[in-house]
Design a protein around this ligand. Structure first.
Ligand SMILES: [Mg+2]
Length: 298
C-alpha cells in the first residue's frame, strides 16, 4: 500500500497512529502534529537531507548535525544532501561543508541539475540547449550541446550571461517544440550588494512568451525527490525527506510519497504548523535528533 492509497485525498493526512509507533521512543523528541503514518519509520531505507537551514545556517553547522550524519552512516542508511542551490558546483558545496566540519562525498550531494539530467536521460533527450552557469555544465557532460535544434532547453541561473540572443534562442527552441526544463524558479537572490534577478524571472518570461509551462527540476518538484531516491537505489516510499521548509521539503516529499520530517531550525516558524500548507509526518527540534527518530545511533 502506498501512503496515498491510505484513504484520503490529502496524502499527508491519511495516516493513523499506533501506540507502539517507534517515533515516540525516548529521546526522539517528536511532536504530535495530527498527521501520522501507519508505516513505521523503520521502513526508511534512505534519507534525503536539506542543506540550508537543516544542516547549516549561514556558515555554521546546526549543533549536532555532524554527529547525526555520522550516526545515520553507522546505521547503514544511504544519504543524499539535496539542495536547490545552483550557483555552486557539487564540489564547491562539498568543500564548503568540509570547512564547516562535515565531510560529505560529492556523490552524496544531490542538486536540481542532477535531477534534470536524470529526467532527460530517462526520456532519451540527449540534445540540449543549456542556459545554465558554467559551473553547472559538468552535470550535463554526457549530453550533446545543440544550439540549432535541441530536444530540450534547460534554464538555470545564467546571471549576467543572459542577453537578448540567449533568451530569444531559448524562446524559439521552446516554440519549435523542445522540452522546457527549469532548474529552479526563484524570483531573486541577495548578492550582498542588493537583490539580483534569479532564474525564475527568465523562466517566467519564457513561459509568458511561449505559453508553455516549464518542468521544474528543483524542489518541490517530484522529479527532484524521485531522482534522489533512485540515485540511492531506494523506493521513494522508503525515503525520509528532512528539511526546514514546508513549501519545498514537505511538499516535495508528499509529491513522491516519501515521509516528510520537518526540523525546527532554519526558516521554520511555528506558524507553519497552523497554516494551510503541507504538514509533515513528523517534527523534530533539529537534525540532531534524527538518528533516534529513525531508530539508529543508540
Ligand atoms: Mg532549507
Amino acid at each position: 500500500m502506498t501512503r496515498e492509497s491510505a484513504g484520503s485525498d490529502q496524502p499527508w493526512t491519511s495516516f493513523s497512529f499506533g501506540p507502539s509507533f517507534p517515533l515516540t521512543r525516548p529521546g526522539a523528541e517528536t511532536h504530535y502534529t495530527g498527521h501520522f503514518m501507519t508505516e513505521p519509520l523503520e521502513d526508511i531505507k534512505g534519507v534525503l537531507l536539506d542543506l540550508d537551514g537543516t544542516i547549516f545556517v549561514g556558515d555554521r553547522l546546526i549543533p549536532g548535525a555532524a554527529d547525526a550524519v555520522d550516526a545515520l552512516r553507522r546505521g547503514g542508511l544511504p544519504l543524499r544532501f539535496g539542495t536547490n542551490i545552483t550557483r555552486m558546483s557539487r564540489l564547491a558545496l562539498v568543500n564548503r561543508l568540509s570547512e564547516m566540519g562535515l565531510e560529505v562525498e560529492p556523490a552524496e550531494v544531490f542538486t536540481a541539475p542532477l535531477a534534470a539530467a536524470a529526467w532527460l536521460e530517462k526520456k532519451g533527450l540527449w540534445n540540449l540547449s543549456l542556459c545554465v552557469p558554467e559551473a553547472t555544465h559538468a552535470d550535463f557532460g554526457h549530453f550533446k550541446i545543440n544550439e540549432t535544434s535541441p530536444q530540450a532547453v534547460v534554464v538555470g541561473d545564467l546571471g549576467e550571461a543572459w542577453d537578448f540572443a540567449r533568451l530569444n534562442g531559448a524562446f524559439r527552441h521552446i516554440m519549435e517544440g523542445a522540452e522546457f526544463v527549469a532548474l529552479q524558479r526563484n524570483r531573486y537572490w541577495d548578492t550582498g550588494d542588493g537583490p539580483a534577478l534569479d532564474a525564475g524571472a527568465f523562466v517566467t518570461a519564457l513561459e509568458y512568451a511561449t505559453g508553455r509551462e516549464a518542468m521544474l527540476a528543483g524542489k518541490p518538484s517530484a522529479m527532484f525527490f524521485q531522482a534522489a531516491a533512485e540515485s540511492m537505489g531506494v523506493d521513494p516510499f522508503n525515503l525520509a525527506v528532512v528539511g526546514d521548509d514546508p513549501g519545498t521539503d514537505v511538499a516535495g516529499a508528499h509529491a513522491c510519497d516519501a515521509a516528510a520530517i520537518l526540523v525546527r531550525t532554519g526558516r521554520f516558524s511555528e506558524g507553519d504548523l497552523t497554516s494551510n500548507i503541507p504538514q509533515p509526518d513528523l517534527i523534530l527540534d533539529s537534525v540532531a535528533t534524527l538518528p533516534s527518530a529513525l531508530g539508529v545511533g543508540f
